[in-house]
Design a protein around this ligand. Structure first.
Ligand SMILES: C[S@@+](CC[C@H](N)C(=O)[O-])C[C@H]1O[C@@H](n2cnc3c(N)ncnc32)[C@H](O)[C@@H]1O
Length: 209
């Protein structure tokens, strides 16, 4: 388990040390689908939002611009978060930056909204997915929302050179368990910086118990 976490950390540290933001296949100028889904939850500007595996994503930037006041970004790569922080300048202090592997993280508070784009799909091991679900239950308050974007069932089988597990709402719902009620799902074609198209799905759940 510790070995697996160290391997993951080494992989992602290397990615963010050697590649520019625009060189990674998951880069997007604007996290439009994520923002739309966050708006759909009706979460107010005082909602606490955490972006899991946020990397150097511009979601946190967009949320601050929209006036959200409690934004956290968690990633296994300290390098990714250092790059993202650098982009924020003085406003970096307004974001809670958390270096952790989500499968081993013990949240110190609860959140109104959990967002994950393309981190969960790297958990190809059932034990890791179980640990992820345990963490979601600890981190998301009853009534809170979970948005998970992954490669869709007809999406790529690998990402960043690693195997992924492709999902739909049913497979994510099965991992999250009975405490989470399905709310909506949508497909999304992501165009990578090199011009290929990756089929994603984004599913939203609400914590009911
Ligand atoms: C494909 S990138 C997506 C980054 C970001 N969500 C985006 O949309 O631009 C996957 C991210 O998840 C992070 N990650 C992978 N496995 C993780 C884990 N077990 N715990 C925390 N972060 C993880 C990686 O460091 C990387 O930043």
């Amino acid at each position: 388990m510790a070995d697996l976490i160290e391997q993951r950390q080494a992989h992602w540290q290397n990615v963010y040390r050697t590649k520019d933001e625009h060189e990674v296949s998951w880069f997007q100028e604007s996290p439009a689908v994520s923002l739309e889904l966050i708006h759909t939850t009706g979460a107010g500007r005082d909602a606490s939002i955490i972006d899991i595996g946020g990397g150097t994503s511009r979601l946190a930037d967009a949320l601050l611009v929209e006036g959200y006041r409690s934004v956290a970004v968690l990633d296994v790569s300290a390098q990714a978060l250092a790059v993202a922080r650098g982009r924020f300048g003085a406003r970096a202090a307004e974001v809670d930056w958390i270096v952790a592997d989500v499968t081993a993280w013990r949240p110190a508070q609860t959140y109104d909204l959990w967002h994950d784009r393309a981190a969960f799909h790297f958990l190809t091991d059932a034990g890791d997915r179980k640990a992820y679900a345990r963490c979601v239950r600890q981190a998301v308050r009853p009534g809170g929302h979970v948005i998970i974007g992954t490669f869709a069932l007809d999406g790529p089988e690998r990402c960043s050179g690693l195997p992924v597990m492709r999902h739909d709402a049913a497979s994510i719902g099965a991992v999250l368990g009975a405490s989470f009620e399905f709310a909506e799902t949508r497909g999304h074609d992501h165009r990578t910086p090199s011009g290929s198209v990756q089929r994603f799905q984004f599913s939203r759940f609400r914590r009911i118990g």
